[in-house]
Ligand binder design. Sequence first.
Ligand code: DSN
Length: 479
Amino acid sequence: MPDTPAQASAIYRSILDVISNVEPRISGAIAQELTDQRESLKLIASENYASLPTLMAMGTWLSDKYAEGTIGHRFYAGCRNIDTVEAVAAEHAAALFGADHAYVQPHSGIDANLVAYWAILQHRIEAPTLKRLEAATVNDLSEADWEDLRQLFNSQKVMGMSLDAGGHLTHGFRHNISGKMFRQHSYGTNPETGLIDYDALRATAREFKPLIIVAGYSAYPRRVNFALMREIADEVGATLFVDMAHFAGLVAGKVFTGDFDPIPHAHIVASTTHKSLRGPRGGFVLATNEYKEAVDKGCPMVLGGPLGHVMAAKALAFAEARTAEFQTYAHNVADNAKALGEGLLKRGVRLVTGGTDNHLLLLDVSAFGLTGRQAESALLDSGVVTNRNSIPADPNGAWYTSGVRIGTPALTTRGFTADDFDVVADLIADVLKNTAPAPAKSGPSKAKYVIGDGVAERVHARANELLSAHPLYPGLDLG
Ligand code: DSN
């Protein structure tokens, strides 16, 4: 990580003083969060550490401005600075990914996905219906025609990766709006290999005939062949929507190229900015020219006023991702994930799909007699922050699970190398091998666990050695 500019410590101390005058518990939590993040091995695959300029841009008065609408076409007066911020962010995003168009207003990944879904519905269903009925907008429709249009919206089909195979809630899961607003059918992975079975996917698509095929994941440790997904989408007349929230940094950093780069193949791409892309918390959408007009209607379709301060931070993060340093970072993320995987395999830890070719790994901890929840808790007690995750056909369900998901983006930002990740693998294996389920009233508990004497302390001490060698925001001293 780059050294923190000398004045940053004084600036942050002043900021915390000012906040403390209003509510010291908040300044306390902000300061404590830095300590906690500094002192733990952050392996949550969806987290990272944004740069100080990115964080600083969010603490500004851009937050105080309403700017519903789009660049140059706002429903409030006085938006010239938000126009600048949004235009610069969109320019950097489009250039970074080589996309026709970027829309940087979504507040989160779910918002970005909703913008994408409604842009597709608007373009594929609403626009042709209006044309057929010779109406310029839905305002021109009779109540009966408007009701027919609503029925049409509600009868569309989406096909995404199932949650237990590594897909995301927003890809059609029944407890998410995507599973309620669409008729949905999911595709999974091959039970033997854990990999996407494109032949089975094609057969399902031929039969189900979805309007939208969603590609992307939050817990699948492999690349996706987007060229093949587009071929399947074209064959069945579907729009290919890629949710690259997890791996946007690997696309930006040119780790995923050719068939594995979603941008040339998808009609529409949505993402978060804060995972492997290392920006502020937020979302964005990339679209082909065909979909750009519909995407720009994200506000007011599903979004409220854009967050000017976050769009400013996104602009900085996109600009940072356009550098050679970021490309090196992204390649290191993938190389480190491979090193971590190899380190775990040689220590007897089972990995879903047998390895990784992105930034994340999914550990099957059932061979240690543990649930994902027990493993996650024992690792946390030892200073290793992960999250439990279902594995395909998980017998323990989504709450206890049999898996733990880990990723390399955050620690790679701190400068961890492949050798460091081999040590991390050793620490994880040490905890898993020395943890056992605690007895419950009838049979072993799915939540409680016992760690062997001294193991958590030993792992903590070795983790601290690694963390001290790679300080977070080096030189930033809150006093
Ligand atoms: N919460 C994100 C993740 O951890 O992958 C997805 O929404």
